[in-house]
Design a protein around this ligand. Structure first.
Ligand code: G3I
Length: 395
């Protein structure tokens, strides 16, 4: 009798033990998997700029509210994490040169001072761009007058920022997707000579500034060939081009890693620096991927095109972190060819991708979330760099 009740108690205890053990196992494994997705925290470095200081500049595009210091939280993050800055909008011609005979340097001067006071590399964006172009350009009918005005625009800006803007996007987005030249007002009025002249005029005024050609979809093979042809043509005239800017408005699944790597290699064969100038990775569906889809009001606010309004699911967060890690693996492999990697915005809340190509969506393309907290992608790329450094020291 006594013996059987001892047996029963023992049985009960072992069942409880088993249940507790299974419970602990589930908690531990879920904690480990959480730490791999949500908290890929590195152990040593304090910032992005510190992590990549021996590799390339880590840059960021600043909007007006950061530059005029009204968004002080983002501003302190910028100072902590980045060592290169680009103005997202305020150095485009329509803002900085609104009338033919007057400039609006106020915010741009603040932007440059911010960079210089914090020991940052300062990049100027952009001298010649058909978009956000000051309307007065289009009022000039005579081609010679247009050429003179364009030369003056470039030279006045290059002179004003001489010695404080370290590098310029001299020409932005001059190519079509098939590699031919975009039919812009500059091509129309000046012929393709406008490209070499823009580089020549800038270097005449500020020979020390590094001069870039900058464009999107630079991994697309046809466009890449067009860019290479265009730059060779400028170089053959004895005019210097210091770098190619691959904007890097990329997606979770494309462009392929092979295309990214191939492009870095091809551009660097021109004897120029490669910069990744406007990096962000959209996690949202692209209307152009849907057969027959048009960017139209119909897609706005549709769940299909705007699926993560209440937060990014862990699975996509992990996909984004892995994509950033894969891309940074390539950047680090070719760090001798890459001068700068600049993110197009400080945090997800400010990204232009919330409004393009469909307005009013909730996108998550950057390394900092809407509350300015670092995302798994942030820890992912720093962790990757630390692992690579450890491997190098042990080998
Ligand atoms: O400042 C005005 C504001 O006064 C007005 O109330 C508001 C109403 O829409 O517009 C504001 O201007 C907007 C500006 O961003 C500043 O927020 C423009 O409408 C808007 O078109 C503009 O978009 C910029 C876009 O270039 C257009 O040029 C984006 O912020 C900027 O991220 C984007 O950046 C470009 C690069 O320069 C070149 N490569 C592609 C990249 C993404 O398009």
């Amino acid at each position: 009798m006594i013996c059987s009740s001892i047996n029963k108690a023992e049985k009960f205890r072992s069942i409880v033990r088993l249940v507790l053990q299974s419970f602990m196992f589930i908690i531990l494994t879920s904690l480990i998997s959480c730490s791999q997705t949500k908290d890929e925290k590195p152990v040593k470095v304090k910032s992005l700029k510190e992590a990549f200081e021996k590799d390339f500049y880590i840059g960021v595009a600043l909007n007006g509210r950061i530059i005029d210091q009204s968004d002080s939280a983002s501003l302190s993050l910028v100072k902590r994490e980045f060592n290169s800055i680009t103005a997202e909008n305020i150095m485009k011609s329509s803002i900085i040169h609104p009338q033919r005979d007057s400039f609006n340097f106020e915010l741009a001067d603040k932007f440059v001072a911010l960079g210089k006071n914090n020991g940052m590399h300062v990049h100027g964006h952009t001298l010649i761009w058909h978009s956000q172009l000051s309307p007065w350009f289009a009022t000039i009918e005579d081609s010679f007058e247009f050429k003179d005005a364009t030369e003056k625009h470039i030279k006045d800006l290059a002179l004003h920022f001489k010695g404080v803007v370290d590098s310029w996007d001299v020409v932005n987005e001059a190519l079509n997707e098939d590699g031919t030249l975009r039919n812009s007002i500059f091509l129309e009025k000046m012929g393709d000579e406008y490209l070499s002249l823009a580089f020549k005029w800038t270097s005449e005024v500020d020979p020390n500034a590094k001069l870039f050609y900058n464009d999107y979809n630079m991994t697309n093979p046809d466009k890449r060939q067009g860019a290479i042809r265009m730059i060779k043509k400028i170089q053959e005239k004895g005019i210097k081009v210091d770098g190619v800017g691959m904007q890097g408005h990329w997606h979770l699944d494309y462009p392929s890693l092979e295309e990214i790597e191939e492009s870095i290699l091809e551009y660097s064969k021109l004897g120029v620096q490669v910069a990744i100038t406007e990096l962000d990775i959209s996690v949202l569906p692209n209307p152009w991927d849907l057969e027959g889809a048009e960017i139209s009001q119909n897609f706005e606010n549709s769940e299909e095109m705007n699926p993560y309004t209440k937060g990014l699911p862990d699975s996509i967060q992990t996909k984004l972190a892995n994509r950033y890690k894969d891309i940074f693996k390539i950047f680090l492999k070719h760090r001798d060819k890459i001068s700068r990697v600049t993110f197009w915005g400080v945090n997800d809340r400010q990204s232009w991708l919330n409004g393009f190509p469909i307005r009013g969506r909730t996108n998550y393309p950057l390394l900092f979330d809407r509350e300015l907290k670092p995302k798994p992608a942030y820890y992912g790329i720093i962790g990757l760099k630390e692992k690579l450094d450890q491997l190098q020291t042990t080998n």
